[in-house]
Design a protein around this ligand. Sequence first.
Ligand SMILES: Nc1nc2c(c(=O)[nH]1)N=C([C@H](O)[C@@H](O)CO)CN2
Length: 126
Amino acid sequence: MSKTIKNTDFVKIKGLKVDAVIGVFDWERKIKQPLLIDVSMATDITKAGKSDDIQDAINYKEVCDDITELCQQTKAMLIERLAELIAEHILSKYNTTQVEVSVAKPTAIPEADAVAVQIVRTSTAS
Ligand SMILES: Nc1nc2c(c(=O)[nH]1)N=C([C@H](O)[C@@H](O)CO)CN2
């Protein structure tokens, strides 16, 4: 009897730091604040694991550059908005069908280590 092996693999980015305009208050619109971003992209890494070729992988450097640009250009009010935009962008551009995104604001609440949102978005076949 032959066995079918199903993989669940991820490419992850942990603690990407981006300085950006973010927040709902007037004073926040005049400064940049740090954001810490985590991303987990479900993707089959078997091919890249065999070929050792970046063309067969999700290039995490490219993803980091995209996220940084997106956060700095958007100047969002809410971290929710950034999380949605990041998830949407990754699902449309990269070889993944499920992405988990966390956006944290480590300096927003002095009494807290960080405040954050975390979302999971799955692409549906159209
Ligand atoms: N759920 C959210 N609550 C709040 C946000 C946010 O982005 N999502 N933002 C703020 C302010 O901008 C805050 O960070 C200033 O300290 C308040 N609540």
